[in-house]
Design a protein around this ligand. Structure first.
Ligand code: NAD
Length: 246
């Protein structure tokens, strides 16, 4: 590692080979950070993006506690520091809210494992390094408007995101002033996850004051502001193009 590389703040962005995570990785690299790109499977895409951004790639399945812990450890070992953690990786499975039997305990466990417990493990593993970050550490959790209002692809998904919103506030209160913790709670974002959600796309085009879903770069811009904001902590910012006003 060159001295110049060692001086750059390091950001770990989970689930960063597609959608919101990729846009966040690109934006933080543009802002001068060394980015650790992560994915569960797409190794070739991850290595290509890391090479393009001058960062590095680590593969880990966040359903495994060991691999989640290992991701933070490997990032730290290979970069020597960790300044920013963006918990972006997440899963969703559309299940009608009134069909209680369709949301099985297995669905609950898997959604909570990836969307809530994995971010917790990563926060825990990254904390000592974030506390040492020269400009202060920053955690940004990508949650959902479904964690703020009674909406979303399924009840367990919405509950996992509501819990992560509350964890955001609890950790902000517990970890300041060394580490700031904030969340972005997007409405509909145009990503691989939502490509077949025709009804939601129509809703946003017709009813949201912005008359479109967010693009991943819209979310990335807000994440970059939260990372740069030296006094902002404990905020859950709904980014839904104003749909909540209607
Ligand atoms: P996406 O499917 O493009 O990205 C999700 C990422 O998470 C992928 O890279 C995937 O590989 C990774 N991931 C999933 N399970 C994993 C596992 N077990 N181990 C490691 N990585 C895993 O979708 P996206 O829309 O970019 O979603 C990013 C985040 O934004 C998610 O947390 C999602 O819940 C949240 N979100 C998305 C929207 C939207 O409308 N797209 C709205 C609100 C919140």
């Amino acid at each position: 590692m060159t001295t110049e590389e060692a001086d750059r703040p390091v950001a770990l962005v989970t689930g960063s080979t597609s959608g919101i995570g990729e846009a966040v990785a690109r934006r933080l690299a543009q802002d001068g950070m060394r980015v650790v790109v992560h994915s569960r499977r797409s190794t070739a895409a991850g290595e290509a993006l890391a090479a393009e951004l001058g960062g590095l790639y680590v593969r880990a399945d966040l359903e495994s506690e060991d691999e989640a812990r290992g991701l933070a450890g490997t990032a730290l070992e290979r970069c020597g520091r960790l300044d920013v953690l963006v918990n972006n990786a997440g899963i969703s499975r559309p299940i009608p809210h009134a069909d209680l039997a369709a949301a099985t305990p297995a669905d609950w466990r898997r959604l909570l494992e990836v969307n809530l417990i994995a971010p917790w493990i990563l926060c825990t593993a990254a904390l000592p390094a974030l506390r040492r970050a020269p400009g202060g550490g920053s955690i940004v959790n990508i949650t959902s408007h479904a964690g703020v209002r009674p909406k979303g692809s399924s009840v367990p998904y919405a509950a996992s995101k509501a819990a992560l919103n509350h964890v955001t506030r609890l950790l902000a209160a517990a970890l300041g002033p060394e580490v700031r913790v904030n969340a972005v709670a997007p409405g509909l974002v145009d990503t691989p996850m939502t490509k077949d959600w025709a009804e939601a796309h129509e809703l946003w085009r017709e009813r949201a004051p912005m008359h479109r879903p967010a693009q991943p770069a819209d979310v990335a811009g807000l994440v970059a502001s939260l990372v740069a904001g030296s006094y902002l902590t404990g905020e859950v910012i709904v980014l839904d193009g104003g749909l909540n006003l209607t």
